[in-house]
Write a protein that binds this ligand. Structure first.
Ligand code: SF4
Length: 87
């Protein structure tokens, strides 16, 4: 189990992450988000075999805005509020 987090203060919408891991999407405000169950999140925990994809996205991010770390609990995704996302 692992958690993927996007530091939206660091993200500058370069979108190198999108081509490495298709869970990363462009949010309405032009920054990256993680798509989970049709919601946009800034942090989400996964229990699958795609950790390598997320780590490639993190390595590709020129601003080091993506963190991939071990997770001990299946915490609910931290979804973006519509106002925060500019929707
Ligand atoms: S690669 Fe990094 S800076 Fe670019 S959109 Fe993704 S998270 Fe943001």
């Amino acid at each position: 189990m692992y958690t993927v987090t996007i530091d939206r203060d660091a993200c500058d919408g370069v979108f190198a992450c999108l081509v490495r891991d298709d869970r990363f999407v462009e949010d309405a405000d032009g920054l990256a988000a993680i798509e989970v169950d049709d919601e946009h999140a800034i942090a989400a925990t996964f229990d699958d075999d795609h950790r390598g994809d997320a780590e490639q996205a993190a390595d590709a991010c020129p601003l080091d805005a993506i963190t991939v770390e071990d997770a001990e609990t299946d915490a609910p995704p931290q979804t973006l509020e519509p106002t925060e996302a500019g929707r």
